[in-house]
Design a protein around this ligand. Structure first.
Ligand SMILES: Nc1ncnc2c1ncn2[C@@H]1O[C@H](COP(=O)(O)OP(=O)(O)OP(=O)(O)O)[C@@H](O)[C@H]1O
Ligand SMILES: [Mg+2]
Length: 250
């Protein structure tokens, strides 16, 4: 299953969700997480740093190295295709070639057999890297921060998804929306959750609570379930994993 984790709004929990979900999915089957963000937060969140002469997502996307040459197995068993600032050059370079929208899909072909799950952590933009992820994906998961203006950003992203479904990838489906950084006792979180549920076009998953354990686990380079046993944090993630498993068997 190819799953893009996307929202062009910055800092909504895309990378944190990718790490948390990837960690749990890797216990069910081989799981690759692909860092598609030149910020490289997914890469550092797994305790990996690319040396200046080490190839990453940029070299792989532009055909200079194979997937096998860049994918690393991390301590937790999760496979990582790492990225660093070099990736910011990829958009311009890919645009100059034909088939710019399908580069990632084509480069990932060999990974279909090798990995049961491939999670793509998108950058905070609707640029070519995000479009490539949506063009390659079977599903898209949309993390939405329980904050003011969260829904405004969501409708813009849904337009992009619709566009990709019509023009580039008719197979793409919305897995659902994952509310993040929820503070259930606040009116703001309740307002966002009510507004999301009112849309009802796709599943709204149980919210991920706001907790310092998430940034802490990133700093430790560990998926959240290996860092804490706090059921409040892990239950929404485990339910999401069960939902993903049900989609696989349909
Ligand atoms: N549930 C949470 N509770 C507390 N902090 C969180 C939670 N989820 C994410 N954070 C923190 O919020 C910040 C943004 O999260 P994250 O990097 O996952 O978002 P992002 O959407 O990937 O950002 P970007 O758009 O820059 O790629 C990070 O510092 C992260 O540690
Ligand atoms: Mg990120």
């Amino acid at each position: 299953m190819f799953l893009a984790i996307a929202n062009h709004k910055g800092g909504v929990g895309k990378t944190t969700s990718t790490l948390a979900l990837g960690g749990l999915l890797s216990e069910l089957g081989s799981c690759l997480v692909v860092d598609l963000d030149p910020q490289g937060n997914l890469t550092t969140g797994l305790g990996v740093e690319l040396g200046s002469d080490q190839p990453g997502a940029y070299h792989w996307l532009t055909g200079q190295v194979t997937a096998a040459q860049v994918i690393q197995k991390t301590a937790s068993g999760l496979y990582l295709l790492p990225a660093d600032g070099n990736l910011s050059r990829a958009e311009m370079e890919l645009l100059q070639k034909s088939g710019a929208f399908y580069t990632l899909r084509d480069r990932l072909t060999s990974c279909r057999e090798q990995f049961r799950y491939v999670l793509m952590d998108c950058p905070p933009s609707r640029g070519l890297l995000t479009i490539n992820a949506l063009a390659a994906a079977d599903w898209v998961l949309i993390p939405v921060q329980c904050q003011f203006f969260a829904l405004k950003g969501l409708s813009a992203l849904l337009e992009t998804v619709d566009h990709v479904q019509r023009r580039l990838n008719p197979k793409l489906q919305i897995l659902g929306v994952l509310p993040t950084m929820a503070e259930m006792q606040t009116i703001m979180t309740q307002d966002v959750l009510n507004a999301l549920t009112a849309q009802q076009n796709f599943p709204i998953f149980k919210p991920l609570p706001k907790s310092v354990k998430f940034p802490e686990s990133n700093l430790a380079g560990e998926p959240i379930h290996r860092y804490t046993h706090d059921a409040r944090l892990l239950t929404p993630l485990r339910e999401l994993v069960q939902f993903i498993q049900r989609q696989e068997t349909l």
